[in-house]
Design a protein around this ligand. Structure first.
Ligand SMILES: [Zn+2]
Length: 436
């Protein structure tokens, strides 16, 4: 089901809507936001200079650091009395990023999340278990609102308490699960360890995943654990932009449709900040349209992707962003080689003897970067056979070497010995700042 007519507009129609909204958004932002007015003065651009969509390039970028510098509410463009909701994202260092919504912002957000839920195959008949942590995180309340708006029934389970999660999945006949992909995988494994088969003993058929990216290899793992009947899609957003609802995968599984009548995407070279031609891979930059509480112009998301403007088999014409291949700031530089954790994941998931959980440790020993990857065996009987174990270790190392061009250390550990995560998985520990 396609929720909004804007999702099937022609390119001409969508660009017309974007241009009208961009012009009014820039007049509004210039008037209401002191930090933006200053930025625009510095760039020598006024709202009336925006006459075409191409003029977007004249506008200055917004960075994550702008939020830090104006903490908590310096970028807000409305009086506190007009705000109806706050959310905050956990800052990896120091203060969180605080975002706010007016009544109209909440309405737009709700409808964008509903679109994304429909893209992923949700219907009004679904019983949805939301296993994201509630609280100030936008994911849980965002999906909660969107699914209710669609007419589905929502169980606000929140994260943690795996026993209770499984009990509700069974007893309530849950058909749709909202979670991070890593938690969904963990939950599926726990269900199996209790002697249940998700494909036969549960009714869950749809997964709406977010909070972290899902690689194709991880989707395959998900099918191994939950069964092939489980259609799982991911959706994209971040609290600065609104929360979830910016883009979502449809069931054709060929990238995430961006809600273009509310978000204009650009792809730039993260080093030079130059806009790249259509189809090239680079950093995603988003301009939010019509946002009242917290206008956001050319926001550097840090996420690496490419855009595909070809219409999709699902009937939607909105541009698709390729599933994320990493964040610009997740990239590790190891002995001068650029390494994304998703590349490591791709290699590991293709090796049948090891499970989907892994940890990456980077250290500096004798002035050299050393990367150690810990993975779990699926069958602990392998631990008794030195020959098989060292053959497996050698195979993992050589597959990683051909993917990354780097030598790595491998630690094979017993099944279920690595930490499981209820929210975003933390897989990388980089100790190099401390050592020499
Ligand atoms: Zn589609």
């Amino acid at each position: 089901m396609i929720w909004a007519k804007e999702e099937t507009f022609s390119r001409e129609e969508i660009e017309k809507v974007q241009l009208e909204k961009l012009k009014s958004t820039m007049i509004y932002t210039y008037e209401k936001s002191v930090p933006y007015r200053k930025k625009m003065h510095a760039a020598g651009v006024k709202p009336e200079d925006i006459r075409t969509l191409g003029d977007l390039r004249k506008l200055p970028f917004t960075y994550k650091s702008d939020f830090r510098e104006s903490y908590p509410m310096g970028l807000f463009a409305v009086d506190k009395k007009d705000l109806v909701r706050f959310h905050a994202s956990s800052g990896t260092t120091g203060k969180p990023t605080v975002v706010g919504y007016t009544k109209q912002d909440l309405e737009v957000w709700l409808n964008n999340v509903t679109r994304v839920a429909c893209m992923g195959g949700a219907t009004s008949d679904d019983i949805c278990q939301i296993s994201f942590g509630y609280g100030t995180f936008t994911g849980a309340l965002g999906l909660h609102g969107g699914l209710e708006n669609l007419g589905a029934a929502v169980i606000p389970m929140s994260s943690g308490n795996t026993n209770k999660q499984i009990m509700f999945l069974q007893d309530m006949g849950v058909t749709l699960l909202v979670a991070t992909p890593s938690y969904a995988l963990h939950l599926g494994e726990e269900i199996r360890s209790r002697g249940l088969d998700p494909a036969k003993d549960l009714r869950v058929k749809t997964g709406l995943f977010g909070g972290e990216g899902m690689t194709e290899a991880m989707r395959e793992e998900m099918h191994k654990v939950w069964g092939t009947q489980f259609v799982c899609t991911q959706n994209y957003g971040m609290s600065e932009l609104c929360g979830p609802g910016v883009a979502g995968e449809c069931t054709e599984l060929c990238g995430m449709h961006i809600n273009e009548d509310w978000f204009i995407p650009e792809i730039i070279d993260p080093e030079t900040e130059e806009v790249l031609p259509p189809g090239e891979k680079g950093e995603l930059v988003i301009t939010c349209l019509g946002k009242e509480a917290l206008p956001l112009v050319r926001y550097r998301t840090g996420d690496l992707t490419r855009l595909d403007y070809a219409p999709c088999k699902c009937g939607r014409t909105t541009v698709r962003m390729e599933n994320l291949s990493g964040r610009a700031d997740d990239m590790l530089v190891i002995r001068g080689v650029n390494v994304f954790p998703t590349q490591i994941e791709e290699v590991l998931f293709k090796i049948p003897e090891i499970g989907p959980h892994y940890e990456i440790l980077v250290e500096r020993k004798n002035r050299l970067d050393v990367m150690t990857i810990t993975v779990e065996l699926i069958d602990d009987r392998l631990l008794d056979s030195y020959t098989k174990l060292s053959e497996l270790e050698g195979r993992i190392k050589s597959n990683l070497k051909s993917m990354l061009g780097l030598a790595t250390n491998i630690r094979l550990v017993a099944p279920h010995s690595l930490k499981r995560f209820e929210g975003k998985a933390k897989r990388v520990t980089d100790l190099r700042k401390d050592g020499l």
